[in-house]
Design a protein around this ligand. Structure first.
Ligand SMILES: Cc1ncc(COP(=O)(O)O)c(C=O)c1O
Length: 377
């Protein structure tokens, strides 16, 4: 049996979610906009799912729209909020996902000015540093709830409060936070918030965007009047239903945090020389970013894979060359340290035995992955 510890990349389907998708695909083929019985059945599926997704973030269902995933939700919020009201300064952080950084870069190419705020060494972007970056002409701030590589939770509410006072749109990418920590959109004070289902044991290709009531947002997909005119296109009922079931399941308590702590203490006791990135910061309970000092992270990932364990380096692989993670570099790790880092991301299906096995395999694999003498440190 393989051990899957790459749940921040994506998650396996929960059996209850799979069952809901199968039932919906088989039995619910109607168009949710049709007025006949088939249409109404589809509509009920979508609206029940919307209630469930809204509950996950303490929102009202009518303020949640379905999208094709986290990437679309981030694009929709960022391009939708960039607006034309004369203000064209955007603030974001250096640790955002590419689905935030790329739209922001595109807006910069189109003439907006952009400030990118770096994190501290522990992976937290200081709220005051973001607030200090605000200008009279700031239109939009985009800040994630929890980082996908380190799991570090960001001070979203502190920044959003100031943005609200200054009528600056605050967008939050909560793709890695929602379902892992309690999220309440009113307490966070966000204008828009992005979610993705495949991080929560539902299929890929469905996400959601919370849009604060009354907020004006340029539409990103034009066509029919679906999703309160905010997102055109015939609704994907089976995937929305899947997201709803997954959202309900994600609200149940889980002991994943205790397993992550066990992984880290087992690793510390294993004899490997490690540093845990963001260890002294608040973190989502399933994620551990571990630098194996002097070792090649990619080698560890391959070694673990050959021994039946799936993890990731968190580095982006572009044109065959593994680039060190922009998140870890922004936190002040050297490129070598970033390349020595492995991300373990657990789920509610992870067991204590899997953690023990993984650490036992690492004790074998890590010494074989040490970089040549003299190459670093
Ligand atoms: C923080 C974060 N934002 C956005 C996304 C993109 O979500 P999706 O894969 O649903 O497009 C991801 C996925 O890796 C993510 O980790």
């Amino acid at each position: 049996m393989r051990i899957y510890l790459d749940n921040n990349a994506t998650t396996p389907l929960d059996p209850a979610v799979l069952e809901a998708v199968e039932t919906s695909l088989r039995d619910v083929f109607g168009n949710a906009s049709s007025i006949h019985k088939e249409g109404q059945t589809a509509r009920r599926g979508i609206e029940d799912a919307r209630e469930s997704v809204a509950r996950l973030i303490a929102a009202e269902a009518r303020d949640v729209i379905f999208t094709s995933g986290g990437t679309e939700s981030n694009n929709a919020a960022i391009f939708g909020a960039a607006g034309h009201d004369g203000r064209h300064h955007i603030v974001t952080t250096a640790i955002e996902h590419p689905s935030v950084l790329e739209p922001v870069s595109e807006l910069e190419r189109r003439g907006h000015s952009v400030t990118i705020v770096p994190p501290s060494r522990n992976g937290v972007v200081d709220a005051n540093a973001v607030i200090d970056a605000l200008r009279p002409e700031t239109r939009l701030v985009a800040m994630m709830l929890a980082n996908n590589e380190t799991g570090v939770i960001q001070p979203v509410a502190d920044v959003a409060r100031v943005c609200r006072e200054r009528s600056i749109h605050f967008h939050c990418d909560a793709v890695q936070g929602a379902g892992k920590i309690a999220v309440d959109v009113s307490e966070l004070g966000v204008d828009t918030l992005a979610l993705s289902a495949h991080k929560l044991h539902a299929p890929k290709g469905i996400g959601a965007l919370y849009v604060r009531r009354g907020l004006s947002l340029d539409r990103h997909i034009l066509g029919g009047a679906q999703e309160r005119r905010r997102r055109a296109g015939t609704e994907n009922v089976p995937l929305a239903v899947a997201f709803g079931v997954a959202a309900d399941l994600a609200r149940k308590p889980s002991d994943v945090g205790a397993l992550r702590d066990a992984l880290e203490s087992d690793l510390r006791a294993s004899g490997c020389s490690i540093a845990i990135n963001g260890a002294d910061a608040p973190r989502i309970p399933n994620t551990s970013s571990v630098t194996f000092r002097g070792a090649d992270g990619e080698g560890i990932v391959i070694g673990l894979d050959l021994n039946g364990v799936a993890v990731s380096t968190g580095s982006a692989c572009s044109s065959g060359r593994v680039e060190p993670s922009h998140v870890l570099l922004a936190m002040g790790l050297t490129p070598d340290e970033a390349r020595s880092t492995v991300r373990f991301s657990l789920s509610r299906f992870t067991t204590r035995d899997e953690i023990a096995q993984t650490v036992a395999i690492l004790r074998e694999v890590v010494p074989r992955c040490m970089k040549g003498v003299g190459s670093r440190e």
